[in-house]
Design a binder for this molecule. Structure first.
Ligand SMILES: N[C@@H](CCC(=O)N[C@@H](CS)C(=O)NCC(=O)O)C(=O)O
Length: 223
């Protein structure tokens, strides 16, 4: 049986949602973040070589990396709904958004926040310099790339109910967490991104997502 090692307020919520949606038997082990560092605790880091969330274990398999875990679970438990068939337009959109989430959107968001936090924590006298460097990088790199991506998200969700088409797929499950983050921390507000916010509402009202949030038990997925 799959065990999901679930770190609070982390990308691991996507795997909890996937398992709930598929209705397969699984076990969940809950871990809180270290209160000082806000990173995963030592017992979590001991589970996999990378020490990052999410991680699953099953028999002699230990697997990290969100999208690898999604594909592993779907390889065993795919009921034909969550990965559209090859050769369809849904499949093309699915591939793009499934990989865009972890290949572009999430790294842009994570790196931007790490840079911001770094400049805020710089020693007092260095802070103006650190802030100027981070702002320069943000304007030149993070903001233009993020804006282009958020614009594409908004257009896609103006055309289709979910990312790949009219039905929920695993692309929505991985995009969902990054979308919450973008809405709360990267200026993806409702006035300018109404389709993205319709998606978020629809996600939060999906029964399997509600069950995943109940299992998580923290009431929020954001740090
Ligand atoms: N690309 C990795 C990123 C994993 C990652 O950075 N997870 C964060 C949680 S959102 C984490 O483990 N943070 C705690 C830590 O680094 O100790 C994935 O998709 O699994």
């Amino acid at each position: 049986m799959i065990t999901l090692h679930h770190l609070e307020k982390s990308q691991s919520i996507r795997i909890l949602w996937l398992l709930e949606e598929l209705g397969v038997p699984y076990e969940v082990k809950l871990y809180d973040r270290d209160p000082q560092t806000r990173l995963a605790p030592a017992e979590y880091k001991a589970v996999s070589p990378l020490g990052t969330a999410p991680v699953i274990t099953e028999g002699n398999v230990t697997l990290a990396e969100t999208n690898a875990i999604v594909d592993y679970i779907l390889d065993w438990h795919d009921d034909g709904r969550l990965r559209p068939a090859p050769g369809t337009q849904e499949r093309v959109r699915y591939l793009f958004w499934f990989h865009t989430s972890q290949g572009s959107l999430q790294p842009l968001l994570t790196n931007k926040f790490v840079m911001m936090a770094m400049s805020a924590r710089a020693p007092f006298l260095m802070r103006p310099v650190a802030k100027a460097m981070v702002n320069g990088l943000d304007q030149a790199f993070f903001t233009p790339r993020l804006n282009a991506l958020l614009g594409e998200i908004e257009k896609q969700l103006g055309r289709t109910k979910w990312f790949a088409g009219e039905n929920l797929t695993a692309a929505d499950m991985v995009m969902g967490y990054s979308m919450e983050l973008a809405a709360h921390r990267a200026g993806m507000d409702e006035a300018n991104f109404p389709n993205a916010h319709r998606f978020l509402k629809q996600m939060r009202e999906t029964p399997s997502y509600i069950r995943a949030m109940e299992k998580d038990g923290k009431g929020t997925i954001l740090l």
